[in-house]
Design a protein around this ligand. Structure first.
Ligand SMILES: [Zn+2]
Length: 391
């Protein structure tokens, strides 16, 4: 007997324990590989993996005992390619104070991870935190101590000392300091390298972004250090200058990318750089109003949101690789639930729904460097799938 097998039933927000081998009649399936099927299907699995998926004609007789799944459609599990498990989406500064009590943060993270799986999210990429909480979470899941999605963690981000990102990484004062510590940095363990290229956008000043932290040459050195080790690079970058620097340095994905230009988009298509536009941290403030922001800030956020949605649509039409990532843990972007907001925001740009689903599964898996996730085919493990009520 192996470990118990679960399948995520996001329709009911729970995990269903299933036998290692079994059969069920389901209402259909969808995956990027197989396309959409909306008729009754006999699903069978063996050793925890799909062994057959046959359309059921005229209620053919089938002697096996079947699970009562006939209202469910089966899909690949989602991935969220930008989260921060160490943040609570409620109060950033209070949360950083709570970091002094690791057991509290660990309890939070354990709950979020369980919730991700219950909501059909089978993989997350964590953009890091200085104390290494997300790295710990990844190890807990891998050891089987905690139940959760596959965690891809950057461990700690690389930022410039004294500039934005002090909660993400220790900060390097210059490229020389980085060179001295490069080996140790990689040796502490990382799945991807996160580089902080720019500061934050300003909610009260359209088009203004915190300063760029690296020259193209410096950033290229960081990127090459990762690539030599076979490690992908995610770049936190917004604004004309910072995005240009990130593209020129050869990063693998641009995170946030507010104020992206058409020229950036064209270069990213050529270089096959992915864009993870994280709409929820802006959009959800407008979607779930509070009294935290002034009317001037709200107006600015509306402009930023409109610009971002239009640019995402342009990038989609030009065939740029797009990822679905939330920045979960940011204010108003709760873990797991925020992913459904991000799916809605992506659909609001005009990208067809099943195309959004393809981005949220197959493309997200590629961005995570785990292409075996985000699939549904013969041989796919049942615990990487989800059951939904409708598409
Ligand atoms: Zn982030």
């Amino acid at each position: 007997m192996g470990e118990p097998t679960f399948i995520s039933c996001s329709a009911k927000r729970k995990l269903i324990q299933i036998p290692d081998q079994g059969a069920a009649v389901i209402a259909g399936y969808w995956s990027p590989e197989l396309g959409l099927c909306t008729q009754s299907v006999l699903l069978k699995w063996k050793d925890g993996r799909i062994s057959s998926l046959q359309p059921l004609r005229n209620l053919e007789s089938c002697s096996e005992k079947k699970l009562p799944w006939d209202s469910y459609i089966i899909l690949p599990g989602w991935l969220d390619v930008h989260v921060h498990l160490a943040l609570d989406s409620l109060d950033f500064y209070q949360c950083l104070e709570n970091w002094a009590h690791p057991s509290l943060i660990e309890e939070n993270m354990k709950g979020y991870l369980q919730h991700y799986l219950e909501m059909g999210i089978v993989g997350i990429r964590d953009g890091g935190d200085l104390p290494g909480f997300s790295w710990l979470a990844k190890n807990r899941v891998n050891e089987g101590v905690w139940t959760g999605p596959k965690v891809i963690s950057v461990h700690e981000a690389v930022n410039r000392a004294g500039m934005y990102g002090r909660f993400l990484g220790r900060g390097f004062k210059d490229i020389l300091e980085w060179q001295e510590k490069e080996r140790d940095f990689f040796d502490q363990g990382i799945d991807q390298l996160k580089v902080v290229v720019t500061g934050l956008i300003k909610f009260d000043d359209y088009q203004v972004v915190g300063p760029t932290q690296w020259t193209v040459e410096e950033l290229r050195e960081l990127v090459e250090a990762a690539h030599r080790r076979g490690i992908l690079v995610m770049a936190h970058a917004s604004g004309e200058e910072g995005i240009s620097v990130a593209i020129a340095a050869g990063v693998d994905s641009i995170e946030h990318g507010y104020y992206m230009t058409t020229q950036h988009i064209e270069l990213m298509r050529e270089e096959k750089i992915a864009w993870v536009p994280t709409v929820a941290p802006i959009g959800n403030i407008l979607k779930y109003p509070s009294d935290r922001y002034s009317s001037h800030e709200i107006d600015t956020l509306k402009r930023i949101l409109e610009t971002q949605l239009a640019k995402i649509n342009e990038a989609y039409r030009l065939n740029v690789r797009l990822g679905v990532g939330t920045d979960a843990g940011a204010y108003r972007v709760p873990h797991a639930k925020g992913f459904y907001d991000e799916l809605d925001w992506m659909a609001q740009t005009g990208i067809p729904k099943l195309e959004v689903y393809r981005l949220a599964t197959q493309e997200n898996a590629r961005i995570c460097g785990v292409p075996e996730l985000g699939r549904l085919n013969i041989g796919t493990p049942m615990n990487q799938l989800q059951l939904v009520n409708d598409l």
